[in-house]
Design a protein. Sequence first.
Lengths: 170, 793
Amino acid sequence: MTAKKTISVTVNGTVEVRTVEPRLLLSDFLRDTLDLTGTHVGCEHGICGACTIFLDGDSVRSCLTLAVQADGAEIVTVEGLGDADRLNFLQRKFREHHALQCGFCTPGMLISATDLLRKHSELSEAQVREGLSGNLCRCTGYEHIVRAVMAAAEEWDGEWNEATPRECTS
Amino acid sequence: MPTEAGPGLVGARVPRREDPRLLSGRGRYVDDLKVYGLLHVAFLRSDHAHARILGVDADSAWRMPGVVGVFSAADLEPVARSIEARSRMKNHHGTPIFALARDTVRYVGEAVVAVVAESRYLAEDALRQVEIEYEPLDALVDAEAAAEAETHLHPEAGTNVLAVREFSRGDVEAAMRGAAVRVGGRFRFRRKAAVALENRTCLAEYDRGGRSLTLHSSTQVPGIVKDALVEILDLYDHRVRVVAPDVGGGFGGKGSLYGEEIAVCALSLMLDRPVKWTGDRMEDLTSTSQAFDEIVDAELGVDNDGRLLALSAEVVGDVGAGSIYPWTAALEPVQVASFMPGPYRLPVYRGSVRAVATNKPPTGPYRGVGRPASTFVMERLIDMAARRLSIDPMALRLRNFVGKEEFPYRTGSGIVWDESGFAECLESAAARIAYEDFRERQAEARKRGRWPGIGIASYAELTGIGSRISAAPGMPINTGTETATVRVESSGRISAIFGVASHGQGLETTLAQIVADDLGARIEDIDVIQGDSAAVPHSTGTYASRSAVIAGGAARLSATALREQIVEAASHLLEAAPGDVEVRDSMVHVVGTDRRMTLRELARAFYSEMDRIPKEARETIELAASKLYDPFFGTTASASHIAIVDIDPETCTVKIERFVVAEDCGRMINPLVVDGQVHGGVAQGIGAALYEEVVHDESGQILTASLVDYAVPSAVEIPPLEVIHLETESPSTLGGFRGMGEGGAIGAPAAVANAISDALAPLGIEIFELPATPERLFRMIERTGNHRRGMQA
Ligand code: FES
Ligand code: FES
């Protein structure tokens, strides 16, 4: 087996230094090594989007990334958005519009939607659907998710970035 | 009996209480649980569809780093016996469920060897070193051929036909002879997978000292799994606990007992350490129970005025490798025949069913059970008849729906419909989609070379089925009752305890809404406890659109009973007659005075302050109530779906332009949740109609073992969904609730199939097979010689 490697990753603002096997998936690193189980794994082959996280500002699939590739990177996971008792703006829109049922796709959806909102100041419904097409949801039929993201796009007048959620306490 | 709930939380769009934790990544799904000393198991699964297991060579796997053990069926047998789904049906052959395949493998993906190691990575490394020697047997992949084959999957059954059933009312031959128009054909609904986004996962912890076992499992039916494990492992029932924590969707796929659940328990027992299995998507697509896979030869006879005279349906269900526990192999195909007559007045019916074993994964419960296929066939027949008679398909339906004055109506298969708004649903859906104007728009579009079409599907279903009938045909398990316990804790907070198990339905919210109203408590003071077999003496779980109706009814009864106890206690504490005491907003009030106390004060006084209540009262009052609810028959829910599609003549892809659902689910507990259930069901139905298919080749190899090949629709394929609710008060259930978790998936495939057939009617094409993939449509269109030329050619 290839030698273990020590990596340093900033996750949700905290620097984590760990020694890992080169083959360890980033999704497993987050879930098992760091115990950040909010990032979910639904397919391990890049289709479902449940494992989506921000890596240096880009939304990526943590199941297709190795932990060692994240050495030196900045990561934001769902745990880095608003807390349960202090949901951020988008999370609140998800709740108001009932955009989640089982909640398994939700962490990845929130990251992808944040990414989408960050990149577009205005969003058509078609753009939202297209923008979320890499995230499967089996429960909601997407209707309420699309409405929640549209509502967030309409009502939010600030800058979206991966850190936005933390700053949003209104 | 509780009176009708007044204006309160029931009926309100209450945001869900489970959301904050799920939105912030603090949900607890089975794979998120961290347990000290945890071992991981990986299964080596069969790559043969049908073969005898000659031997397992695991010597080098044993020597791999971190490996704790390698196990096959014989190793687990001393602690885990097999279990068999039983049925009172005649001509039913149950087949046993084992933790691991024993002697023979019957489908690709069946677990044969378990490797236990210190991590999942190490377990998978070791798995690669295990060799299984097989002697291949004939693989049976065609159900009709399998029904006649000499080779039997389960030689002890003496046949591959695991269940046979007939329904009959009237003389079909005679009625058909008298029909002006007869339409029919061979319909096919291909095999589908449930694909909950969370793969199946389970974690067993055995405590040797206490001889107790806890299984955390991503299951819809913790109560059923618990009862089964007690039998399989021979433990005391109160020492086996099955917990379904947050569960990432189920849709029926997590509604049965699985071998993996038995295996992790047996391994934990043997190794004296906690053992976890987390399935991956390939394991899910090859070993979770699947849906449909039916061939239906059906014919409908109609008179010149469009009155339905007779229906016949012969169903062959490809049920895969054997029975699923506890539902049996009969579950899906038998329901196809029993629901076939739909919401129509249909005097004469004959339905027959054969459930045939093949070398594919077992089929089992899937959202809608039987009704997606029966509705597909029946609604297609209605449209075909309408076309032949040149009667508008909507008009034909309205002419034949069971009418208001005819309820309760017994169908030809013996199902009884109670009053539900069959016609009202169709009329509202049609009004919303501007049905009347569509033909004009269609003619226009056709001139421009487009292929637009409109399709209706109307159906009725039984929900909240009580003890009178089993949720699966002939199955000797009571699925018809639920007990709820509601109690005041010493803090004054309320615990409401149920045997159901939410896996996305939001039961922590909806059941709390009901309890809050009937008790007079604030919702934030109520904790709903569910998904834990230890919380209740007996339960089954959440499936078959039962939880809102049955658990909801039990919630009403027990909350009302507890309220009486609270009033009784308060009458002592506030020195008032019980009739003058009212419970409101978690407070007890003496009507017309300012004397009142909070539930918290009441609880403290009752439980802890010994001088506040006389001894006699203390001995008779209990701040807890347990009530069972049994709706006995269950209740009818109905809906009409209308789809407008546009088919691209170039690519043969179907785009759904609009989709409207009008449904009667009785009184809604939470309209937000109801909408979400309908949307989700429709999306799965659209998947079934256009994209999703589990494909096995002629040797039984699966060709769709990843989400690359098994196409689950994304937000781009699913159109905006419009839902209209009709709240016809249901006469037969407590609170007027009807179940509605499955309906969306029942109507959508038929509506889409009818819309495609309507679009392609000028080419003489009728849809007989789903999913209607571009490839299937291309072949059909090509045969008519019209491809690429558009409709005007
Ligand atoms: S788990 Fe990464 S895309 Fe599905
Ligand atoms: S909420 Fe269950 S998969 Fe999206």
